[in-house]
Design a binder for this molecule. Structure first.
Ligand SMILES: [Fe+2]
Length: 421
């Protein structure tokens, strides 16, 4: 081995020794280990204990929240009416996040509109209303996780318009299959604590669950809507077979809805009544044509067949699994106030109000329509005849209100035609 090679190897060894020494120094291998005195040990122990307690408390809180969340989702999962569902979702979100304000925005075509709110004052719907191309919507849509906004963020401006009190907003997109169906918003006033990591977990979980449940409700609504169209079409096709009853269910629905509005029924009750009126004689599908279209008087046996149509209609709707309120109205639309009706001979207020309204509208339309054995009665004459049925077929108070309502409509119509001449 020549001398140069020995020098070279010596230099390499020296370099390695320096590198190992510097590395050891940086890792602190040569530092003198300082010993903690007993007080420092005690303080460290106490700090550790406090941190553990906080972690345990947070853990307990999260477990409690998961428990509550399970119940929340279970109760929301049974709801079928979208508007009520959003209202309950906003309320539950407020409770579970201890928020001062919550809102649910729903995607309606090209817009995101306020579907429900809790805590926000009136007029919020004009502010929490976005076009799908709005920068805030694009910002929310690009996230799958909760977004926390404070007054320092550019996107916070919208919420400043609602109230100057808001200090922090938590936003979660409601997504299903990668598509955003809505947005959950929770806000706290500036004098409150900021939302925690646990709050973000809660809104994230609720956002995903509510997104899924909303889509589920929409699918059920679509399916029920299609089924309803088919069955309403069937009822109308049935009417076409009989010249006398053509247009009858539409007329009954019109009178029933107008009268229900007049006596202050809710929109939900009116919707139920309209569907029930359109389908009230659907059970006639089970009556043989020879009986249904018989021009003369029916025999007792034939009349028994006719009397089966409310029950048959109700059974038919029962197989569909929805229209439960409508089913009850249809089942009882031939009951009479004095208990002589069918199929159950219910009397007085045992008869559901919807069934009483349809019964009145049904008789009024029958009297004011042509029949093979008589011409249609005039409106005034029909109302006179119906007063004779007060306390027998109909509850007197309800019938009086119907008669007053129709007379008022007739008077208004006559006045309008008088004005035009
Ligand atoms: Fe009927």
């Amino acid at each position: 081995m020549n001398m140069w090679l020995m020098i070279f190897m010596g230099v390499v060894c020296l370099g390695l020794a320096i590198f190992a020494f510097v590395g050891g120094y940086r890792l602190g291998l040569y530092r003198r280990r300082e010993r903690l005195d007993p007080d420092e040990f005690r303080i460290l122990g106490e700090e550790y204990e406090i941190r553990m307690r906080i972690l345990l408390d947070e853990n307990k809180e999260l477990c409690r929240r998961w428990n509550v969340m399970g119940k929340v989702i279970a109760s929301l999962g049974t709801m079928r009416e979208k508007q009520k569902f959003f209202l309950v979702a906003a309320r539950l979100l407020k409770e579970n996040l201890s928020a001062d304000y919550t809102a649910v925005l729903s995607n309606v075509g090209e817009k995101y509109e306020l579907a429900a709110a809790d805590g926000f004052y009136e007029g919020t719907e004009h502010i929490l209303h976005y076009d799908i191309n709005d920068p805030l919507i694009s910002y929310i849509e690009s996230n799958n996780e909760p977004i926390a906004l404070t007054p320092r963020d550019r996107q916070f401006k919208t919420f400043e318009l609602i109230t100057a009190k808001i200090g922090e907003v938590l936003i979660m997109p409601m997504k299903m299959g990668g598509q955003m169906h809505g947005i959950l918003i929770a806000a706290r006033n500036s004098n409150r604590m900021k939302f925690t990591g646990g709050d973000k977990v809660v809104i994230s979980y609720l956002g995903n669950a509510i997104g899924y449940l909303t889509k589920n409700i929409e699918l059920i609504e679509e399916l029920e809507g299609r089924t309803l169209k088919i069955i309403t079409g069937l009822a109308k096709a049935l009417e076409q077979k009989d010249e006398c009853s053509r247009g009858h269910s539409d007329n009954v629905a019109t009178y029933a809805v107008m009268f229900a509005k007049h006596i202050g029924a809710s929109q939900e009750e009116i919707n139920t009544l309209k569907t029930a009126a359109l389908l009230h004689d659907i059970g006639s599908i089970g009556i043989p044509d020879r009986i249904l279209n018989k021009p003369g008087k029916l025999t007792d046996e034939e009349f028994e067949y006719v009397k089966s149509h409310p029950m048959f209609g109700a059974e038919l709707l029962k197989t569909l699994g929805f229209l439960k309120e409508e089913l009850i109205i249809i089942m009882h639309h031939h009951e009479k106030f004095d208990g002589t009706g069918y199929p159950f001979k219910l009397r007085g207020n045992q008869i559901p109000l919807g069934a009483q309204i349809i019964s009145i509208a049904d008789v009024f339309d029958a009297l004011t329509s042509d029949r093979p054995f008589r011409k249609a009665f005039g409106m005034d004459e029909a109302l006179e005849l119906m007063t004779l049925m007060s306390g027998k077929n109909f509850e007197p108070g309800l019938l009086n209100r119907f008669i007053e309502f129709i007379r008022h409509q007739l008077h208004s119509r006559r006045m309008a035609s008088y004005d035009r001449t």
